[in-house]
Design a protein around this ligand. Structure first.
Ligand code: MG
Length: 111
């Protein structure tokens, strides 16, 4: 995945230059998530997921970190967690300590 990130990152730099902003990439990712949600066949889901991954890789390249390394590190943490029941939207969040719950209530819960 690091090789793909590097190739895509330099391609987007050459192709879009300074027109490509962090917020522009984030807005584009939001559109791709909607496209995944609205995809009506598996080939379309596959294509839209690939769009989203490429945008994420491009974002990571622009920010200067390896998405593969970050994902490996996060996956190690995720495997150690305990999980709640799905909420009303079907989202399964992890169980937080009291201090994490307090932090989430103050800052919106980045974890
Ligand atoms: Mg798309």
């Amino acid at each position: 995945m690091n090789d793909l990130q590097t190739r895509h990152g330099y391609w987007q730099q050459r192709t879009f230059g300074d027109s490509l902003t962090d917020q522009g990439l984030i807005n584009h990712m939001k559109r791709e998530i909607l496209e995944i949600e609205q995809a009506d066949r598996v080939e379309k889901v596959e294509e839209e997921c690939a769009d989203l991954l490429l945008l994420l890789l491009g974002f990571a390249h622009k920010k200067g970190f390896s998405l593969a390394t970050a994902a490996e590190e996060k996956f190690r943490k995720v495997q150690q967690r305990r999980w709640k029941e799905p909420d009303g939207e079907g989202v399964i969040e992890h169980v937080r300590s009291h201090s994490e719950e307090y932090y989430k209530s103050l800052y919106g819960g980045k974890s």
